[in-house]
Write a protein that binds this ligand. Structure first.
Ligand code: HAM
Length: 431
């Protein structure tokens, strides 16, 4: 039986690393004061046509329900989260929400891209400030830092408003099309991109400067001098630039990893209005690890009330590639601490009694389910990566003890059954 194209199975070792990543997502989201939400796996498909843009609507897996309404499996969380937000006007703002869910997009499967993937989403609703822009980026950076990627990725940040302003300063009359072309810049030959974008810009030095800016990411320390030598490109955008610099400065307080301005990052989704950002492997390999930005007008397109919003989504696929590249994709040891081995003289009832006692005291414990020899049980314990084997035989029964073997060192000790729970708990906690 073949697996459906673009979908993945997760075996325990890979699942263990994935759980570790999601664990860090949960841990840091809570440390930053985000609260967890969840939502259905389906929405009416038209929501994506209106809110996300035609590309995402085209990529959605959809079907007609029995009433003939077109239903889509969620390709992203943002419209859903905003639908939830606008349905509850009583919730005090600012709100910080996060979720971890599966999403579906009918894309061509390739490195880091599947048709089903997990995504962490974290968003802040209410404030429109550099602090809130920085808060979501700092959360993203903390998560990446804590899974072993500190200084191995870079955040590239930009602002849709600055891009809009620069294009208007240049006299571009179709800024929407220009942003769309810029969004596709790294997916095609540079010469082809240059020709396409220059068709929308007047001939001259300013357009050439603009092209140069798209092609070279910059550190915030360079911004002042770049603005000074960019003619009229940045006229009227001083405040926006100041806010972007402030956002970057705040992020630098919380992480040693790199963050710089990249004018080619505009993000494809239709709803972004302000800051936009993505994280990439530090060598620029692979697609974006995560992406996000500010989308202040999405809520008003549902209800009429404007609610400033900023957030990001991080999938589980590119982070896997990057962690593998740096040797950080390791499942670690299995978490089963004990394997209870019994000799043939010990009844299954006695065995299950002891196993249950351990389990009721919160200790991971497995035992042989098919009555094999003691030697096979010990082999099985090692195969299962258990830390300790507890041996129960006639001798132990006679003396009211358990033999406990450390499977890493081979050292075996004897403990009286009456003290065994505390003893075993200490052993497990010391691993
Ligand atoms: P996005 O850029 O479409 O943004 O996706 C964000 C991240 O989800 C990507 O950087 C990637 O990690 C992951 N991702 C997207 N598509 C796939 C795929 N086909 N296979 C594997 N991973 C994928 C959004 O979805 C926005 N809604 C994020 C957001 C939240 N903006 C504000 N709040």
């Amino acid at each position: 039986m073949e697996r459906v194209k673009g979908f993945r199975d997760f075996y325990p070792d890979d699942m263990a690393v994935r759980e570790k990543i999601f664990g860090e997502c949960e841990r840091w989201s809570r440390i930053f004061g985000f609260r967890k939400i969840d939502f259905p796996s389906v929405e009416y498909r038209e929501i994506y046509k209106i809110k996300s843009g035609e590309e995402l609507a085209q990529q959605s897996f959809s079907f007609n329900d029995k009433n003939g309404r077109e239903i889509a499996l969620l390709p992203e969380a943002t419209p859903t989260v905003v639908r939830m937000l606008t349905a509850r006007k009583d919730l005090p703002r600012p709100l910080k929400w996060y979720s971890i869910a599966k999403f579906w997009r009918y894309e061509e499967p390739q490195a880091g891209r599947f048709r089903e993937f997990y995504q962490l989403n974290a968003d802040i609703f209410g404030p429109d400030s550099a602090e809130s822009d920085a808060e979501v980026i700092m959360l993203a950076m903390k998560i990446l830092d804590s899974v072993g990627l500190e200084t191995r990725y870079q955040i590239r940040i930009n602002s849709r408003e600055i891009m809009q302003g620069m294009l208007e300063n240049l006299g571009c009359t179709n800024t929407g099309r220009a942003l769309h072309i810029i969004d596709g810049m790294h997916k095609q030959e540079l010469d082809r991109f240059r020709n396409e974008i220059l068709e929308l810009l007047p001939l001259g030095d300013d357009s050439r400067t603009f092209l140069g800016l798209l092609e070279t990411p910059i550190e915030i320390e360079q911004v002042e001098s770049i603005i000074g030598s960019s003619g009229k490109l940045f006229n009227g955008l001083e405040e926006r630039i100041g806010r972007l610099i402030q956002t970057v400065k705040l992020c630098k307080k919380s992480s040693r990893s790199s963050i710089g301005i990249d004018f080619s990052v505009v993000r494809g989704l239709a709803y972004y209005t302000g800051v936009v950002f993505e994280a990439f492997d530090v060598d620029g390999e692979y697609r974006a690890i995560l992406g996000g930005g500010r989308y202040d007008r999405l809520a008003s397109s549902f209800t009429g009330d404007a609610i400033p919003a900023v957030g990001f989504g991080m999938g589980d696929a590119v982070i896997e590639l990057v962690m593998k590249k740096y040797g950080e994709w390791s499942p670690g040891r299995s978490s089963t601490a004990f394997y209870l081995c019994r000799s043939a003289d010990i009844t299954i009832e006695e065995t299950v009694d002891l196993v249950s006692k351990l389990r009721d005291n919160g200790m991971e414990c497995i035992y042989d389910l098919s009555s094999r020899s003691l030697a096979s049980q010990l082999k099985d314990a090692s195969k299962n990566n258990c830390s300790f084997a507890i041996i129960l035989g006639l001798n132990e029964r006679k003396t009211g003890t358990l033999s406990v073997k450390n499977l890493t060192t081979g050292v075996q000790e004897s403990v009286s059954i009456s003290n065994s729970i505390d003893y075993l708990r200490n052993l497990r906690n010391a691993v």
